[in-house]
Write a protein that binds this ligand. Structure first.
Ligand SMILES: Cc1ncc(COP(=O)(O)O)c(C=O)c1O
Length: 372
């Protein structure tokens, strides 16, 4: 048995001719930086996300960093976010010279707990940066309500949740801006790094465009310091092909998720993912929680690995405990739910091409380990 966490080769094989033709089109055109493919992809993504504007950049990390800069986040500012996420979320805040202010997570969804946001707001707070972890939207209604009351911007980290919906609306269109990642393992994955900022605000879209291209408004006319952070035309062409399949893939991920959860809920000590009623998850990861010591996570991972099943822990160390954030002065115990999750979560293989038989085999091996 060989079941990877993500199977990018299976996806390519299912659409090889279309992808190869798109790559050829760009290579023959000789236009590799921005140009018509990128513009077309941006237009298609704005429609897909339900926003007025979409601006392609070089990665999801750059999307976050550039979006924060576009909103004027600067040294001395504070931005509220979750400690249970990939480093890029907090890193992008710190790279603006601002302070990441962590708020613990809701133990059911692993997303920022809106009930704990208000006490962390100070006169320096400028924005809230919720992450839609594993594909499920954060509790946006309450987050937006708090942001409105305190006049804060809301920048969504949608890296894991492209296509997910909250109360019927796509993530990325809920706050002031949404940041997307097309890292190869995401629901819409490029063949390299790529990212995007989506927004309804014309001045933010314009500033992101300026920042991604060395701060230039027109050729060799620089109005600020920016970045070399453009979305490659080759990546845009690949992503345009894949975008047509995204909703179907997300639907397949949801059906795989349901099957996993139905089978795993019969095994004691395992908590399948909890999806809130008003959420439609993009199911980027299938993440279980090992609730008691009956199933030791390391032992289970080793057992699955020895049977050819790949797993991953997203994330084994909350950001507030990372060496890089020592300067924030936080210590173990400060965010108990995040710290509990880092000990208990385990992500199992998840991709649209994963077969029902493979899921049954994975569950069978988990069951065997739980009974040993
Ligand atoms: C939650 C989250 N935020 C940000 C990023 C950064 O995206 P990228 O790898 O495209 O820079 C990722 C993914 O890697 C992510 O999972």
């Amino acid at each position: 048995m060989n079941i990877p966490l993500v199977d990018l080769k299976a996806q390519y094989n299912s659409m090889k001719d279309e992808i190869d033709a798109a790559i050829q089109r760009v290579v023959r055109s000789g236009q590799f930086i921005l140009g018509p493919e990128v513009k077309a992809f941006e237009d298609e993504m704005a429609v897909y996300c339900g926003t007025k504007y979409a601006v392609g950049v070089a990665s999801g990390t750059d999307a976050l960093h550039i979006a924060l800069l576009a909103f004027g986040i600067k040294p001395g500012d504070e931005v509220i976010t979750t400690p249970f996420t990939f480093i890029a979320t907090a890193e992008s805040i710190a790279k603006c010279g601002a302070k990441p202010v962590f708020v613990d997570i809701d133990p059911g969804t692993y997303n920022i707990d809106p009930a704990q946001i208000e006490p962390r707001i100070t006169s320096q707070t400028r924005a809230i940066l919720p992450v839609h972890l594993y594909g499920q939207s954060a509790a946006m209604e309450r987050i937006l309500e708090i942001a409105k009351r305190y006049n804060l911007k809301v920048i969504e980290d949608c890296a894991q949740a492209l296509g997910a919906k909250y109360q019927g609306k796509k993530v990325g269109s809920l706050g002031d801006a949404g940041c997307l990642s097309f890292f190869p393992s995401k629901n819409l994955g490029a063949y390299g790094d790529a990212g995007m900022v989506v927004t309804n605000d014309p001045s933010i879209a314009e500033t992101v465009k300026i920042l991604r291209f060395h701060g230039s408004k027109a050729t060799y006319q620089h109005v600020m310091h920016g970045f070399n952070s453009r979305l490659d035309a080759l990546q845009a062409a690949v992503l345009r092909v894949k975008l047509k399949h995204l909703d179907r893939w997300n639907e397949l991920r949801r059906s795989r998720t349901s099957l996993y959860s139905r089978l795993l809920s019969r095994i004691e000590g395992i908590q399948p993912p909890h999806i809130e009623k008003h959420n439609e998850s993009s199911c980027n990861y299938y993440t279980i929680r090992l609730k008691d010591s009956r199933l030791n996570r390391d032992k289970l991972r080793k057992h699955l690995e020895s049977n050819g099943i790949q797993t991953m822990v997203y994330y084994p160390l909350s950001l507030h405990l990372q060496e890089v954030y020592k300067y924030l002065g936080q210590k173990p115990g400060d965010f108990p739910q995040s710290e509990l999750a880092q000990e208990q979560v385990l992500s199992l293989p998840m991709y649209p091409e994963l077969s029902e038989e493979q899921i049954q085999e994975i569950v069978q091996e988990i069951k065997a380990q739980s009974q040993s």
